[in-house]
Ligand binder design. Structure first.
Ligand code: NAD
Ligand code: TYD
Length: 349
């Protein structure tokens, strides 16, 4: 039995990773460490909470003593680190919170691992989950590869870039057995409705304006979250030590085109007259430092590990919409309380 620590497993991507590992690997004991911030929600993983190879631990990765004790107690064989502050707009209003969790929290985990593991033991693995946003913004052409220079523009991407650098530095300096992946924008079930796709699904259901930043001509490369979890599984088991892999959907969309597609699909699902949801589109003030375009070259993970997305964007979006429509209780829960205050501050309503 291996003890594996997954951080941030009550969040969006983490919950899909935890479910996959608990279900597929009965010989692993999965410890899910999560502080349950506004983004963490135990409802995301309620279906596996009683599995015999699963333990939830409520705790904060920035609490050094707590983390040191946890490592001492469970002698983890591997760490899959997803816990983070993850929303660009929040990083613009409160950058320090991103330094605390994403940089200092990662450092505290790295130090715990350094104390707990012998540097020569390559059976151990520290897997750091990162983002394509560390590479900054592309122009009209080109793709991010694993060797693209880091050039972060938002406090969020700067904090993730910093944590990536520290992971690499611990590999070089102390022999930490690590692997890093940089993934494009995810979408799918359990995505918190502050990010574009779930926010707009929520607003369409409730006939609220769809706030498109700037001219809407910003481009993102969208990947279904289940395909990200598949890639994480593969890299965790087959990825080479001290390597990084880019993960992407080969699926670029300008925001405004994606929003129009979403509106069409929502009209169908809600039996509304075609064109109804699109009337909610409202152009609003742009995000400061808004990156024009992200697009991933995922050929390395495809060539070396055989990974590629398993669903098309149309299929993934369809499944995502269906999930939100059948899980309105989940949406109601996460949009009560603090969410209202955030929404007013961000969108001035
Ligand atoms: P999320 O915001 O949905 O979830 C983050 C989770 O971390 C939450 O459960 C939260 O409670 C927990 N957390 C936050 N601070 C913590 C702390 N101090 N201690 C312990 N737990 C804490 O984020 P997500 O979208 O699931 O992203 C997960 C990871 O993947 C992040 O590292 C993010 O940078 C990365 N990533 C996200 C995307 C994306 O499109 N969402 C793309 C690429 C990479
Ligand atoms: P988001 O989901 O926040 O992801 P990221 O900023 O990490 O890429 O935003 C995706 C794109 O959608 C980005 O270009 C910003 C834009 N956007 C809007 O136009 N309106 C919104 O209300 C939000 C949240 C995002």
């Amino acid at each position: 039995m291996k003890n594996i620590l997954i951080t941030g497993g009550a969040g969006f991507i983490g919950s899909h990773v935890v479910r996959r590992f608990v279900t597929n690997y009965p010989n692993y004991h999965i410890f899910n460490l999560d502080a349950l911030t506004y983004a963490g929600n135990l409802e995301n993983i309620a279906d596996i909470e009683n599995a015999p190879n699963y333990t939830f631990v409520k705790g904060d990765i920035t609490d050094e003593t707590f983390i040191a004790n946890l490592f001492f107690k469970h002698q983890f064989d591997a760490v899959i680190h997803l816990a983070a502050e993850s929303h660009v707009d929040r990083s613009i209003t409160d950058p320090l919170a991103f330094v605390r969790t994403n940089v200092i929290g990662t450092m505290i985990l790295l130090n715990a691992v350094k104390t707990s593991w012998k540097s020569s033991d390559s059976s151990k693995r520290f897997y750091h989950i990162s983002t394509d946003e560390v590479y900054g913004s592309l122009g009209e052409t080109g793709l991010f590869t694993e060797t693209t220079a880091y050039d972060p523009n938002s406090p969020y991407s700067a904090s993730k870039a910093s944590s990536d650098h520290f992971v690499r530095a611990y590999g070089e300096t102390y022999g930490l057995p690590y692997v890093i992946t940089n993934c494009s924008n995810n979408y799918g079930p359990n995505h918190f409705p502050e990010k574009l796709i779930p926010l707009f699904i929520h607003n369409i259901i409730n006939n609220k304006p769809l706030p498109v930043y700037g001219d809407g001509k910003y481009t993102r490369d969208w990947l279904y979250v289940i395909d990200h979890a598949r890639a994480i599984d593969l890299v965790f088991h087959k990825g080479k030590n001290h390597e990084t892999y880019n993960i992407g959907g080969f699926n670029e969309w300008q925001n405004i085109d994606l929003v129009k597609l979403l509106c069409e699909k929502m009209d169908e699902k809600l039996n509304r007259t075609p064109g109804t949801s699109a009337q909610l589109i409202t152009y609003v003030k742009d995000r400061p430092g808004h990156d024009l375009r992200y697009a991933i070259d995922a050929s390395k993970i495809n060539r070396e590990l055989g990974w590629k997305p398993s669903v098309t964007f149309e299929e993934g979006l369809e499944q995502t919409i269906d999930w939100y429509l059948t899980n309105q209780k989940w949406l109601d829960h996460v949009t009560s309380g603090d969410y209202q205050g955030y929404y007013e501050k961000q969108y001035g309503e």
